[in-house]
Design a binder for this molecule. Structure first.
Ligand SMILES: NC(=O)c1ccc[n+]([C@@H]2O[C@H](COP(=O)([O-])OP(=O)(O)OC[C@H]3O[C@@H](n4cnc5c(N)ncnc54)[C@H](OP(=O)(O)O)[C@@H]3O)[C@@H](O)[C@H]2O)c1
Length: 288
C-alpha cells in the first residue's frame, strides 16, 4: 500500500515517520513545500498522480491563540484544505485519516468523558475551524476516519513537556492552572496506533469518528508536577492557580477528557497510561 502523510515535518508527522520505519507499506511524507494542502491544484495533482491508498492528514494550523487573530488562515488550512484532501481522496478511491481535536467540544458542560456523538460546541476559532474540517470531510463522500486527540506532546516541535522541562530547570517558581483537566497524549503512542490501523487494515469497514488520547486524567498542574519530578527538576516551586490568572486569546475547555471506548473496541488497541508514556518521552529527551 502507498500512504501519503501531509504535515510530515510536524510533531505527529515526525512520530509517524518513526512508527512506520519497519512497515511493509510505503509511507510518503510531505510538507507545505511539496504539497501545500490549501492549494487545490497541488492536492489534486499530488494525490491523483501517485496511486495512494490512504492519506493521513497531519497538516494543520495549530496555534490556538494566534488563530483568534487569523481566523481566515485557520479556516483555510483546517477546514477548506481538509475538504480538498477529502475531494481528492473520493476521486481516487483513497481513505482519508484526518486528525482532529478535543477543542471541537469546549465549554464547561459537565465532567463526563466526551463520546464521539456528543454535541460539539467549540469556543474558539481553532476548534471551530477543525470542526468545519470534519464537516467538509463527512460531506465529501470519501471514505474517512476522523481521529480526535488532545494534549499532544513528544520529543519533537514545540510542546508543553519541552516548555515545562525548560522552565522548571531555570526558574525558582512557576504557576500552572489546575482548573483545566485532560489526558496528556504522547504523539508516538498515537502514531503507533495509526500505523497499526493502516498496516493491519483495521480501517476497512470502520469509517467514522474516533477519540484517542492516552489513558488517565490530570490537570495542567499535575502534568507539570510529574514532568518536573521525572526530570529531577526539584528546585522549582510549582504553584496551582486558576485560568483567570492567565488570560489567553482563546477560551480553552475546562474539561477536555475524551472517551476512548469506541477506539479500543473497534481497533483492539490497548492505550498506554499517560505517566508511563511521559516517563519514556522524558528519558528520550534527557538522554539525547
Ligand atoms: N498539538 C496538540 O496538542 C494537538 C491536540 C489535539 C489535536 N491536534 C491535531 O493533531 C494534528 C497534528 O498536530 P501537531 O501537534 O503535529 O501539529 P504541528 O506540529 O503544528 O504540525 C502541523 C504541520 O502542518 C504543517 N502545515 C501547516 N500548514 C500547511 C499547509 N498549508 N500545507 C501543508 N502543511 C502545512 C506545518 O508546517 P509548518 O510548520 O511549515 O507551518 C506543520 O509541519 C493536527 O491536526 C492538530 O490539529 C494537536
Amino acid at each position: 500500500m502507498r500512504i501519503l502523510v501531509t504535515g510530515g515535518d510536524g510533531q505527529l508527522g515526525t512520530c509517524l515517520k518513526i512508527a512506520s520505519e519497519n512497515s511493509p507499506n510505503k509511507y510518503i511524507f510531505t510538507d507545505a513545500d511539496y504539497i501545500d494542502i490549501t492549494d487545490k491544484e497541488a492536492v489534486d495533482l499530488g494525490v491523483g498522480c501517485n496511486n495512494f491508498d490512504i492519506i493521513v492528514n497531519c497538516a494543520a494550523y495549530t496555534n490556538v491563540d494566534r488563530a483568534e487573530e487569523q481566523p481566515e488562515i485557520a479556516e483555510r488550512i483546517n477546514a477548506e484544505a481538509a475538504g480538498f484532501l477529502a475531494g481528492a481522496a473520493r476521486k481516487n478511491g483513497c481513505t482519508l485519516i484526518q486528525i482532529s481535536t478535543d477543542y471541537v467540544f469546549g465549554g464547561n458542560e459537565g465532567n463526563t468523558p466526551r463520546r464521539e456523538d456528543d454535541s460539539v460546541k467549540p469556543t474558539g476559532v481553532y476548534g471551530l475551524s477543525k470542526l468545519h474540517g470534519e464537516q467538509a470531510i463527512e460531506k465529501s463522500g470519501c471514505k474517512y476516519l476522523i481521529i480526535r486527540t488532545a494534549w499532544l506532546y513528544s520529543e519533537f516541535g514545540k510542546n508543553f513537556v519541552k516548555t515545562i522541562l525548560e522552565l522548571t530547570a531555570t526558574r525558582p517558581e512557576l504557576k500552572v492552572v489546575f482548573d483545566q483537566v485532560g489526558s496528556p497524549t504522547y504523539a508516538r503512542d498515537l502514531a503507533n496506533a495509526i500505523v497499526d490501523i493502516i498496516d493491519n487494515h483495521k480501517y476497512e469497514g470502520n469509517e467514522g469518528i474516533y477519540h484517542y488520547s492516552d489513558e488517565g486524567v490530570c490537570s495542567w498542574y499535575d502534568f507539570t508536577q510529574e514532568i518536573a519530578h521525572l526530570a529531577g527538576n526539584t528546585s522549582c516551586h510549582i504553584e496551582p492557580c486558576r485560568s483567570c490568572e492567565f488570560p489567553s486569546a482563546a477560551v480553552r475547555p475546562s474539561y477536555s477528557v475524551l472517551d476512548k471506548a469506541k477506539f479500543k473496541r473497534t481497533f483492539g488497541i490497548s492505550i498506554p497510561y499517560w505517566k508511563t508514556s511521559l516517563k519514556a518521552c522524558i528519558k528520550n529527551l534527557t538522554e539525547s
